[in-house]
Design a binder for this molecule. Structure first.
Ligand code: ADE
Length: 231
């Protein structure tokens, strides 16, 4: 690893990360701000993409193709589906899917388009480093399936569809698009999320209440992973 990309979707998701760095240089590109900083000898670029699959695709691609990042970590919040995931708990994706990608009219499964796959996998080594960090620090971290779509899910019906169709443990709005970019460009990636709500009718209210806290939990854990990678 020579240059590390760290992405969140929202400002709240990267502020706790930026606070860990001194000497941050701002670089504006493609209607966004990229924060360049250093951790020891390691170059780090941090940005929030804005919400959704399109903006996160743009940011991940920019991090890799323009800034030359060769490892990508995503930190943020998610809606929990797996009942073992309570608000504030952490999940790391072993694979991700786009739950709103739908050409089922042509006989294809949900999440599939020709040339792609229903699921995209994340990097095994990075995932194992995260699991080690959790173990060493006695932090609960669930490994599972994350479903991504351009929808804030706040109803049981959609949540159950995503559970039953993909066996997903959590859902959010950027992870799969970032993982698809990394997979295509051969850049190892890790997608980490802390639960802010459980994608039910209270999700909007809970999201507003727990966004900051859960974003910080994810960021604090991610920094532990970065420190371990940088040893
Ligand atoms: N991110 C956090 N909670 C979410 C939800 N309920 N739906 C989509 N993305 C989310």
């Amino acid at each position: 690893m020579t240059k590390l990309a760290i992405i969140g979707a929202m400002e709240e998701e990267i502020i706790p990360l930026l606070l860990k760095f001194t000497d941050v240089k701002e670089n504006n590109f493609a209607s966004n701000t990229y924060y360049e900083c250093k951790l020891g000898n390691l170059d780090v670029v941090i940005a929030y993409s804005k919400i959704g699959k399109v903006f996160s695709t743009l940011t991940a691609t920019t991090m890799i193709e323009k800034f030359g990042c060769d490892t990508l970590l995503f930190s943020g919040v998610a809606g929990g589906i797996n009942p073992d995931l309570k608000i504030g708990d952490l999940i790391i994706a072993n694979k991700l899917t786009q739950h709103d990608l739908d050409i089922t009219a042509f006989g294809h499964p949900h999440g599939y388009v020709p040339g792609g796959g229903v699921f995209v996998h994340t990097d095994e080594k990075l995932k194992n480093v995260a699991l080690e960090v959790a173990n060493e620090n006695n932090i609960k971290l669930i490994e599972g399936i994350i479903a991504t779509g351009d929808q804030f899910v706040a109803n049981e019906q959609r949540k159950n569809f995503i559970l039953n169709t993909f066996n997903a443990d959590a859902l959010e709005m950027e992870g799969a698009s970032v993982a698809v970019v990394c997979d295509a460009l051969n850049v190892p990636c890790l997608i980490l999320r802390a639960i802010s709500d459980t994608a039910d009718m209270d999700a909007g209210f809970n999201f507003d209440e727990f966004l900051e806290d859960s974003a910080k939990k994810s960021a604090d854990f991610l920094i532990k992973v970065v420190n371990k990678l940088n040893k």
